[in-house]
Design a protein around this ligand. Sequence first.
Ligand SMILES: CCCCCCCCCCCCCCCC(=O)SCCNC(=O)CCNC(=O)[C@H](O)C(C)(C)COP(=O)(O)OP(=O)(O)OC[C@H]1O[C@@H](n2cnc3c(N)ncnc32)[C@H](O)[C@@H]1OP(=O)(O)O
Length: 122
Amino acid sequence: MCFACSPRNPIGLHLQFSLEDGVCRTTFTAGEVHQGWNGCMHGGLIATLLDEVMAQWLWLQGIAGMTAEMTTRFSRPVPVGVPLEVTARQTGGRGRLFELAAEIALPDGQVPVHARAKFLKV
Ligand SMILES: CCCCCCCCCCCCCCCC(=O)SCCNC(=O)CCNC(=O)[C@H](O)C(C)(C)COP(=O)(O)OP(=O)(O)OC[C@H]1O[C@@H](n2cnc3c(N)ncnc32)[C@H](O)[C@@H]1OP(=O)(O)O
């Protein structure tokens, strides 16, 4: 019962994903229960969105991969109450190793956070 994507997880984020033209995509609007500081989404949950969209880039292509390494650049706070667009694409890799990048975009196009990760096919 995945915290990020299972529709049955009562405390989950219930994310749904699509994959088109090499880009995996989901949307999420954080609420007050997802805050860290007032009005700002909790950084751990931001990282969860980014981690999951990259994992789903693999999963939607029939690849089960686990996060082996991830770095996240928090450039600006992510506000609650606005729709976030979360996307991932592949940047490299070889063999079992997949290198991916993900970002969160605000409705005005600003990108407050982006991440890079390495996944290993399991
Ligand atoms: C319990 C299982 C259930 C599975 C069910 C399916 C799951 C599919 C659903 C996905 C769901 C996703 C959910 C969201 C994504 C998470 O959040 S996943 C959760 C967070 N991540 C984890 O818990 C991962 C913990 N780490 C591990 O389990 C293991 O370290 C890994 C990642 C599976 C790799 O272990 P391994 O398969 O034994 O591979 P290992 O021999 O260490 O390394 C293989 C090669 O990769 C290289 N490598 C390893 N790490 C790195 C790295 N960071 N950088 C560069 N190279 C590296 C090694 O050097 C090695 O190279 P070679 O010697 O072959 O040249």
